[in-house]
Design a protein around this ligand. Structure first.
Ligand code: MRU
Length: 353
C-alpha cells in the first residue's frame, strides 16, 4: 500500500480534536468553506444524515469517530456495561444512512477492537478505540493514494474524463478515489481535462467536484446531468471514472443516482467506464447488487433543494439517492490493491478487505 502523502485538502475533511469531532460542513460549499464541531453522537448522526459529511469513506470515518465520541464520557466501570453502551451508540449511528457499506465496516471494526481489548481498564480501552479510528483515517489516506497510482496508468496524456457526483478529498480522509486518479495523473505531468456532471438533486458535482478540481488546477467543465450523452457523442470523452458506495461480489456497484445512466451512455459510445473505490467499499457478503439497500431521500431535496420551489406544491416525488450499475457495464474496478477486471467474482474475491 502507498505510504502517506502530503495532504490534498487544505484542512482535514474530518478529524478528532480534544474530545470533539471537527468536520468541513459540505452543505455550505462552494459558498462557504467552514468547519463545524460535533460534541455528541446525535450531532454526528445529523451531520451524516444531512450530508454535512458525505461520501462512502468519509461516512465510515464519521461512524468510527462518532462511536468513540459516543462512549468517550462513559462512566461504565466494567466491560459488559461498556460494551452495551458502545452497541447502543453503533446501532444508532448505523441508522443514519443505509447504502455506503463503509459505515457498517467502520462500526464493526470499532466493536471488534473493543472486544479484542476487553481486559483493559475502561479509560485505557477508550484510548485504544480512538487509536483504531485514527488508524482508519490513516489507512484511508494510504488507500486513496494507492488508488491514484494504480488508476493513473489508465489515462493517457490529453484524455478528458467524465465524472459523476463527488469522489474526491471531501468524500474521503483527504485525496479521493475517482478524483485521486485525476489528481495523480495531473501530478505526474499528464495533461488531462474533466467534465463534471452537476449531479441532481444535491449538486455534489457542481458544488464539490468542480470546486476540488479547480483548487487542484485541473481543467474542469461543468455540465448538467442530461448533457452527458451529447458530450460523449461529440467525441469529447475518453473515459468515465466514478466512485462507489457499495460493490457486491459480482461487481455490481451502487453509487450516486445517475451513475447507471453514465455507464449505459459510456457503453453505447464505446467509452471505458471505471469505478474507483477502496476495498472497504466491497461487500462480498452480497452476491449481487440487487441486495444493496438503496437510500430514499426527502421530496424537498427535489422540489426545493436550494431555496426556491421548482415544482408544484403537493406533487408526488420519488427520490432514490443511489442506483446500481450492473457489472457488465463496468470496464474495470480500481482499488488500492490494483485493477480488477471481469469476471469480478474472481478478481474481487482476492481483494477482500
Ligand atoms: O450522497 P453522497 O454525496 O454521500 O454520495 C456520494 C457518492 O455517491 C460517491 O460517489 C461515493 O460515496 C464515493 S466517495 C469516494
Amino acid at each position: 500500500m502507498a505510504t502517506k502523502g502530503r495532504r490534498k485538502m487544505p484542512i482535514p475533511t474530518i478529524e478528532w480534536v480534544d474530545g470533539r469531532i471537527h468536520l468541513i460542513d459540505q452543505t455550505l460549499l462552494p459558498n462557504e468553506f467552514k468547519q463545524i464541531y460535533c460534541d455528541d453522537v446525535e450531532s454526528v448522526w445529523e451531520a451524516i444524515k444531512s450530508l454535512r459529511v458525505r461520501g462512502a469513506p468519509a461516512i465510515g470515518i464519521a461512524g468510527a469517530l462518532g462511536a468513540v465520541l459516543g462512549i468517550w464520557k462513559s462512566k461504565a466501570t466494567n466491560y459488559p456495561d461498556f460494551a452495551a453502551e458502545l452497541k447502543k451508540v453503533t446501532d444508532y449511528l448505523a441508522t443514519s444512512r443505509p447504502t455506503a457499506v463503509n459505515l457498517f465496516w467502520a462500526l464493526t471494526r470499532i466493536e471488534q477492537t473493543a472486544e479484542k481489548h476487553k481486559d483493559l481498564e475502561i479509560e485505557q480501552l477508550k484510548g485504544v478505540l480512538l487509536d483504531e479510528a485514527q488508524n482508519i483515517i490513516e489507512e484511508d489516506r494510504a488507500r486513496c493514494r494507492a488508488i491514484g497510482q494504480h488508476g493513473l496508468n489508465l489515462l493517457r496524456n490529453g484524455d478528458t474524463i467524465l465524472t459523476h457526483c463527488n469522489a474526491g478529498g471531501l468524500a474521503t480522509s483527504d485525496y479521493g478515489t475517482a478524483l485521486a486518479v485525476m489528481f495523480s495523473a495531473h501530478e505526474s505531468g499528464k495533461n488531462i481535462s474533466v467534465y463534471a456532471d452537476e449531479t441532481r438533486p444535491l449538486l455534489q458535482g457542481a458544488r464539490l467536484t468542480a470546486w476540488e478540481l479547480m483548487q487542484a488546477g485541473i481543467d474542469v467543465t461543468l455540465i448538467c446531468d442530461n448533457m452527458a450523452a451529447q458530450v460523449m457523442k461529440e467525441g469529447k470523452i475518453q473515459c468515465a471514472i466514478v466512485g462507489a458506495d457499495r460493490i457486491a461480489a459480482n461487481g455490481d456497484t451502487a453509487n450516486k443516482i445517475g451513475t447507471y445512466n453514465v455507464a449505459i451512455l459510456a457503453k453505447v459510445h464505446d467509452i471505458p467506464f471505471y469505478v474507483a473505490a477502496p476495498t472497504s467499499t466491497l461487500d462480498l457478503s452480497l452476491k449481487t447488487g440487487d441486495l444493496i439497500p438503496i437510500e430514499q431521500r426527502a421530496a424537498e431535496e427535489v422540489t426545493e433543494g436550494f431555496g426556491s420551489r421548482t415544482a408544484p406544491e403537493g406533487v408526488k416525488v420519488y427520490s432514490p439517492a443511489f442506483d446500481v450499475t450492473p457489472a457488465h457495464l463496468i470496464t474495470a474496478i480500481i482499488t488500492e490493491k490494483g485493477i480488477a477486471h471481469p469476471p469480478y467474482e474472481e478478481s474481487l474475491a482476492s481483494q477482500g478487505d
